[in-house]
Design a protein around this ligand. Structure first.
Ligand code: ZN
Ligand code: ZN
Length: 350
């Protein structure tokens, strides 16, 4: 990463939905329930900004379960959609928060992370445990890329640059994030505020925070996305939660946009709870989110790819299975993928 990446505000340009080009100066964003004129926040009163002392307290008391050195090879064979075929929505788990969505007409990639490390530098920082379920070179087509927020495990600039070079897709980011992509020469970028929709891509709230360097905390927005996919006449809503704690936004999304047909919900990076719970759901929270959303089907993401927190590699999968049983959810309503697994979402029965 080049020095001063986050400092060159004057060079940055934000493409607003009306294709209005503006310098990415936070003062130009509309004041709202989640933006005070300089910083973004979660409007329902959760202050998830941790202090350096909190980080120190976590690290000295940490009882992190080390993940094994060697990951098993990926054995799942992705079932990719054929162009023009109307076979519902194919959702393939590539790893972490990266999911490849196809409906035969359109293809979308969420938070593409293909790098070795989630870090500003290539030689240190959290390292990926498992290879992506599909490598970039195996992606057949790509129209749209969405980025949920600027943390390194979600905004992986080397991956975005490579995808831009190969496919020239359109990129969507929350307010304040276009500058990072523009600094890399990626120009087809649209910034969205919460609830804004452009071309079937809508940014929706999440309970999280942002920072990429020192001194830029919460200067850029975070969020999840809602996509309209499927054939005209049997359109389906696919929700991608990004990184989020459990909060009232799941109910808000259902009230304003309707229940999703498919929800991609994070289940990993949740221990210790005193530190993580405001910013990351645990598997039990994910089951509650599935219920709040009224999702027809959910799909677990953000696990078994990079160790960011204290839980063991197998905990999210095991804890999700027990939360599903404890809350008496039909097992088939929550798909728990391996890297490379595809879930095929059919239109709802008439
Ligand atoms: Zn994050
Ligand atoms: Zn994350």
């Amino acid at each position: 990463m080049k020095p001063g990446h986050w400092a060159i505000r004057s060079a940055a340009v934000a493409l607003l939905p009306a294709a209005l080009a503006l310098a990415a100066d936070p003062k130009l964003y509309p004041i709202s329930d989640h933006f005070d004129g300089s910083h973004f926040h979660n409007p329902w009163g959760v202050n998830n900004t941790k202090t350096l002392w909190d980080v120190f307290s976590w690290k000295i008391s940490s009882s992190a379960e080390a993940w094994p050195e060697n990951a098993p090879r990926n054995t799942q064979l992705p079932q990719l959609a054929r162009k023009g075929a109307s076979t519902g929505v194919h959702a393939t788990y590539i790893g972490h928060a990266t999911v490849y969505l196809q409906d035969g007409r359109r293809s979308i990639l969420t938070d593409p992370f293909f790098s070795e490390r989630a870090s500003p530098v290539s030689f240190m920082g959290p390292r990926r445990y498992r290879r992506p379920g599909i490598e970039i070179s195996q992606i057949p087509a790509l129209d749209t890329v969405v980025v949920s927020h600027n943390h390194y495990d979600h905004m992986d600039l080397p991956s975005l640059v490579e995808l831009d070079r190969r496919f020239k897709p359109r990129f969507f980011v929350p307010l304040g994030n276009a500058r990072h992509l523009l600094a890399e020469g990626i120009t087809r970028v649209t910034e969205l505020d919460w609830w804004q929709e452009v071309d079937g891509v809508r940014l929706v709230p999440a309970q999280h925070w942002s920072a990429r360097g020192v001194g830029d905390r919460n200067e850029a927005l975070w969020g999840g996305y809602l996509f309209r996919l499927g054939d005209p006449g049997s359109e389906m809503k696919v929700y991608f939660a990004g990184d989020t704690g459990y909060g009232p936004h799941f109910n808000q999304i259902r009230e304003r946009c309707g229940a999703p047909d498919l929800a991609l919900l994070p289940i990993g990076a949740y221990e210790p709870r005193w530190f993580m719970k405001d910013q990351h759901m645990n598997p039990d929270d994910a089951v509650l989110a599935h219920r709040d959303l009224g999702s027809r089907q959910s799909f677990a993401i953000h696990f078994e790819t990079i160790q960011l927190t204290d839980e063991a590699i197998g905990d999210p999968r095991r804890d999700l299975r027990s939360a599903i049983a404890r809350r008496k959810l039909p097992v088939s309503e929550f798909f728990i993928p391996e890297a490379g697994s595809t879930f095929l979402l059919s239109p709802p029965a008439p």
